[in-house]
Write a new protein. Structure first.
Length: 369
């Protein structure tokens, strides 16, 4: 087996994950539990080791994006509730039942097709309260009545998704409150008409961080669980590092890289790192102020990022040599580069950056407990 640190790798701190889970749980209302969102391989952190550690911390509910992710969790031995957040076609109903997975009902037509498969399955009803992605319109009580009457669907939960709860502008806070009002009105209607809503949940990470505790059974923690948000109480779980392949000395006036993008205005030393856009780093990072930590100092990315390598300017950092480790995301001493910084530089969100980290990166998992 090759050394996972031979080229470029991710390091996962499961103790930090456990700390974040405890911190987020402490922000919820009594009786409300975390549902850990482990879709997209736990946002690039490794769904199986993440879920296994969270089980040790008392987490018993998980959310995946698709059927395949849910089955993989079951095959690895993950127990408890596994909710499939995305669409699953009716033909896969036997697999939902076989692996004891709970399926989101995307709309009434989806629910009808799942029921017509003739296989008893557990479902959570998604309610559309204003995001207009998946869900039965929250005010469509006739549709809710019909779904509860379907023979092969056992409704064990009702949920919605807040689309601007990560924003604190007055306009967005008003919209979030309107979504909450629509959601709880639908839940109240179900109870008043003799229907059991089951597990109720509406908060995701933004809602956990920005809203008061909600009267729900679960809160779905995704990006916050991995510490990839601006919150002093949460710790980053992931670091990304790569090796120095070689160090080049350029005379003043020389150029380097594709398109000769880098121009040495003085004698310069460039370190070539063994990581590139095929590993999931945004190609525009060098042109957007991207930097790494090397020998405890910030070093700017320069030139054009390659598929498998990138340049950093180490002119002012003595002693950089082949084999040294550079940090793309993570901490060295008191200095740190967070994924939130990379996302801001590239005009995107941490969720996207973490989800696109390449499968060829090595893995080092610090299990702690």
């Amino acid at each position: 087996m090759t050394d996972p640190k031979s080229r470029a790798w991710k390091e996962i701190d499961l103790d930090a994950l456990a700390h974040n889970a405890r911190t987020l749980q402490g922000r919820l209302a009594p009786g409300c539990d975390l549902m850990a969102v482990v879709k997209a391989d736990a946002y690039g952190h490794g769904a199986v080791p993440v879920a296994k550690r969270l089980e040790q911390e008392g987490v018993t509910a998980f959310a995946a994006a698709c059927l395949e992710e849910g089955i993989a969790l079951r095959q690895s031995g993950v127990k408890g509730l596994i909710l499939i957040l995305g669409y699953t076609p009716w033909k896969a109903a036997p697999l939902l039942a076989r692996w004891h997975l709970t399926q989101t009902v995307a709309d009434e037509e989806h629910g009808r097709s799942l029921n017509d498969a003739g296989v008893p399955i557990r479902v959570h009803l998604a309610l559309d309260t204003g995001m207009h992605r998946l869900g039965i319109p929250a005010e469509d009580t006739a549709a809710l009545d019909r779904l509860y009457g379907m023979e092969h669907l056992e409704v064990t939960g009702v949920f919605s998704h807040l689309c601007v709860s990560d924003s604190l502008t007055p306009e967005d806070r008003d919209y979030t409150q309107a979504q909450l009002d629509r959601f709880y009105a639908a839940v109240d209607w179900l109870r008043q008409n003799g229907y059991d809503p089951g597990a109720v949940h509406i908060q995701a990470s933004g809602g956990i961080l920005n809203l008061p505790p909600q009267p729900c059974d679960y809160a779905r923690a995704g990006i916050a669980l991995y510490g990839a948000v601006k919150d002093e109480g949460l710790r980053p779980v992931l670091a990304v590092q790569a090796r120095v392949a070689c160090v080049r000395t350029l005379a003043a006036g020389e150029r380097a890289g594709y398109g000769l993008e880098f121009h040495a205005e003085r004698e310069a030393r460039l370190a070539v790192l063994t990581i590139g856009y095929a590993d999931g780093l945004p190609r525009q990072l060098p042109q957007s102020g991207g930097r790494v930590l090397l020998h405890g100092q910030f070093c700017p990315m320069v030139g054009r990022m390659c598929m498998d390598q990138l340049f950093v300017d180490v002119t002012d950092v003595p002693g950089v040599s082949p084999g040294d480790a550079a940090t793309m995301i993570g901490q060295e001493g008191e200095l740190e580069i967070r994924v939130t910084e990379l996302a801001q530089r590239c005009g995107t969100i941490p969720n996207e950056l973490l989800a696109r980290l390449g499968s060829r990166l090595g893995w080092v998992i610090h299990r702690g407990k």
